[in-house]
Write a protein that binds this ligand. Structure first.
Ligand code: TPP
Ligand code: MG
Length: 359
């Protein structure tokens, strides 16, 4: 098997069973990390069909998507721990992974909100005629929202190269899809927009579907892909995930549909590697993961001045400094000091916060 840096990224993803939240939680911005196990492989199939010039935007199950875009394990774990070396400098946490240089636009915590943004990205792509597409990912719970249909309508009207991907893990928090959707055939929900149902646990099927969808979107406008996947764990760290479904259901999917196991069997049956080679790779990856966690723990917390970078506070000097450095301008520095010390009654803060400063 190849050991090039890009192919080495995929096993990293496969070896990552779940984020190490409990031991790092105390100093972390994470209080509701959403795991990505089971759906971890399908973004890899998607990456195999597209280029980094294509855009991806997703919800909060963003960790493996970020790795697929070329992010590093250190950036992942540092972000989960709220550390400076995180991909969003520790300011975003679990739900806000970004990698703009690889056209990955997050990482969004508000259910469904990323879909209209994704269609906006597709609008920019069509406008600049660069022959690229946007994959806008959302969950089965989000699929029932009005904004999705609004975004789809305008995308179809303007033939935007938007691929709406419904990641159907069959649950929205503790609600099963059949309790939330009159028709859980999400690929058919587009009405005037075509859709495909894809086995999201089969990376090769995903690759084919994404390749087809990209070609379709460039020629004809939007298309919906429903990725049939599963959520092994609860919705987030605070949900045991076993009160609204049976343990048999979960273990049944693990035994029959596990995406990593499927690839493992394929590799073995085609003599692409031996059991021992695969075990060695897994061992190597576990070591890689452990080292990244240890390194992330050493990463410092973000400097308080970072509170004032990458935010919209125009005209107050707060954004004038170098990125990552102290904000420039006397007024900005005074404002920073007052806010850092919690004095929101100070004149600068009142001016900046407007009506909110009164609370
Ligand atoms: C607008 C909005 N409403 C409610 C929530 C709370 N919430 C967070 S995740 C979630 C479930 C979403 O389910 P789904 O779209 O299926 O995504 P999944 O978690 O299964 O990936 C809800 C209701 C939210 N974050 N945003
Ligand atoms: Mg869901």
């Amino acid at each position: 098997m190849s050991s090039s840096p890009s192919s080495a990224r995929w096993p990293s993803c496969a070896g990552w069973r779940s984020p190490p939240i409990p031991s790092t939680r105390r100093n972390s911005s994470v209080d509701s990390a959403t795991c990505t196990t089971a759906r971890k492989l399908w973004p890899i199939g998607m990456e195999a069909a597209i280029t980094k010039k294509d855009c991806i935007i997703t919800a909060y199950r963003d960790h493996c998507t970020f790795l697929g875009r070329g992010g590093t394990l250190l950036q992942v774990f540092s972000e989960l721990m709220g550390r400076k070396d995180g991909c969003s400098k520790g300011k975003g946490g679990s739900m806000h992974f970004y990698k703009k240089d690889a056209n990955f636009y997050g990482g969004h915590g508000i259910v469904g909100a990323q879909v209209p943004l994704g269609c906006g990205l597709a609008f920019a792509q069509k406008y600049s005629k660069d022959e690229t597409v946007t994959f806008a990912l959302y969950g089965d719970g989000a699929a029932n929202q009005g904004q999705l249909f609004e975004a789809l309508n305008i995308s179809a009207l303007w033939d935007l190269p938007a691929i709406l991907v419904c990641e159907n893990n069959h649950y929205g928090m503790g609600t099963a899809e059949w309790r939330a959707a009159k028709s859980p055939s999400y690929y058919k929900r587009g009405d005037y927009v075509p859709g495909l149902k894809v086995d999201g646990m089969d990376a090769l099927a995903v690759k084919q579907a994404c390749k087809f969808a990209k070609e379709h979107a460039l020629k004809n406008g939007p298309i919906i892909l429903e990725m049939d996947t599963y959520r092994y764990h609860g919705h987030s760290m605070s949900d045991p995930g076993s009160t609204y479904r049976t343990r048999d259901e979960i273990s049944g999917v693990r035994q029959e549909r596990d995406p990593i196991e499927r690839v493992r069997k394929l590799i073995l049956s085609h003599d692409l590697a031996t059991e021992k080679e695969l075990k060695d790779i897994e061992k190597e990856i576990r070591k890689e993961v452990d080292e990244a966690i240890a390194q992330a723990k050493e990463s410092p917390m973000p400097d308080p001045s970072e509170l004032f970078t990458n935010v919209y506070a125009k005209g107050y000097g707060a954004e004038k400094g170098e990125e990552g450095g102290a904000p420039g301008g006397e007024k900005g520095q005074r404002l920073q000091m007052n806010l850092c010390h919690g004095d929101i009654t100070a004149p600068d803060c009142k001016e900046w916060l407007g009506p909110w400063g009164n609370h």
